[in-house]
Design a protein around this ligand. Sequence first.
Ligand code: GDP
Ligand code: MG
Ligand code: ZN
Length: 403
Amino acid sequence: MKGQAELNIGVVGHVDHGKTSLVYSLTGVTTDTHSEEQKRGITIKLGYADAIVHKCEKCGAMDTKEGKKCSKCGAAMLAVKKISFLDAPGHETLMATVIAASSVMDGALFVISATEKCPQPQTLEHLMVLEAAGIKDVVIAQNKVDLVTKEQAKQNYKEIKELVKGSPYETAPIIPVSASTGSNVNVLLLTLVNNLKQKHSNAGEPLMYVARSFDINKPGTVPNKLIGGVIGGSIVAGTIKVGDEIEILPGALRIKKEKETIIPLKTKVIALRAGSDPLTSATCGGLIGISTQLDPALTRADGLVGCVVGLPGKLPKVYSEVTIELTPLKRQVERFADVLVPNEPLVLGVGTATTVGFVLSAKKGKAQLKLKKSVCVDTGQTIAVMRRAKNRWHLYATAKLIS
Ligand code: GDP
Ligand code: MG
Ligand code: ZN
C-alpha cells in the first residue's frame, strides 16, 4: 500500500511501561534511535512508525505483517489501511515532546504497565495532556501482563478504571497485552483501527507543524551540487502540492545576547514524500517530508522544528509577546494555589513549538508574557502551559491567545 498514512496515533504513558516495545510489536519499526542530543533531551523528536493494516477477507482478523495468510482461518489478507504511530522517544519522556505530539495526533494509544501501581506520575500527566489537547479517542493498553498474576492484573485494571473515572476516557477500551510475547497485540490493533478516527480536516488552508528538519547533503558537497533543505512534519489541515510556493513561520530564529532576530522564510515545494513514497500532493496523516529550495544550513539539525508551513500570507501571526487566557487544570489546582507572579517563567507548548514566556503581568485568569522565542499561533489554538513547582515542570493549564 503506497502513499501516506490515514491516521496518527500518539503513543503515551509513563517511562518504561513499554511504549517503544509495543510500537515495535505493532509495526516492526524501532522508534528509539537517537542522536546524543536527543538522549540528553535537548531536541524534541517525534518518532513516526508506519504500519499497513491487513484484514482477513473471510474472518476479519487483523495483522500488520505483509504477505501472510490469516493466522486464524488461513484465508488471504488484504491491505486495508495505513496508520502511523508517533512515539515520544527518549528515556525521561519530555512533557514538551508529548505536548508537541498531541498537536498532530488523531487519537492515542495509552500504555500502562500492569507491573506497577497505577497511576505513575507521567501516567497522570499524559492523561492531562490528552485531555488538554482535546483528544477524544483513546485506547488503553494494559501492558506487561506476562509478568503478573491474574489477581495482580485484575487489581491493576481496577486502578486504571479508577484513574479514568470522570475523565473523557471513562469508557475507553482497556486491552491487556504483552509487547514481549505479542499476546493480544492483534486485538489491540483491531481496537485501535475500530475506535480511532481522523481528527484533522483535509479542507481549508494548508497548515503543517514542523517536527524535524535536515540537511541531506554529504559533508563537503560543492555549493552548486547542494540539495535544498528538507522539512518534515504533519499536516493538520488542507493540502500541500508539489510546486506550491510556501511560507515557513516564524522561520529562522537567532538569539544573540538575549536579542532575537527572525527571518521569515519563503520557498517552493520541490518534492513531497510519505516515508519513501513520492507524492504529488499531501494532506493530513503520517509524517510528510518536503524538499525545498531553502539553504540547507537553515534546516540542518532540526533548525526549523516548531515552525508552521502554509501558503504565503495565509498563516497566523508571529508573536514575541502574548496575552493569554488561562484555564488551570482541575487536577493541578492543589499543586498551584497561588496566582502567577511577575517574572515567573512558564513553558508554552504551541503546536510542535516550545517557548519560555516570562510573566509581565497577570490577573483574573489572564497573563501577559514576554516570549524568549517567538511563535506562530492562531486565536482558537490550544496552548499548553507548564509551570514549575519544586523544581519540576508540570502541565498547569491550557490557554488561548487573546492578543
Ligand atoms: P518505554 O519507555 O515506554 O518506551 O518502554 P520500553 O518499550 O523501552 O520498555 C521498557 C522495558 O520494558 C524494556 O526493557 C522492555 O523490554 C520491557 N517490556 C516492554 N513491554 C514488555 C512486556 O509486555 N513484557 C515484558 N516482560 N517486558 C516488557
Ligand atoms: Mg520509549
Ligand atoms: Zn481469517
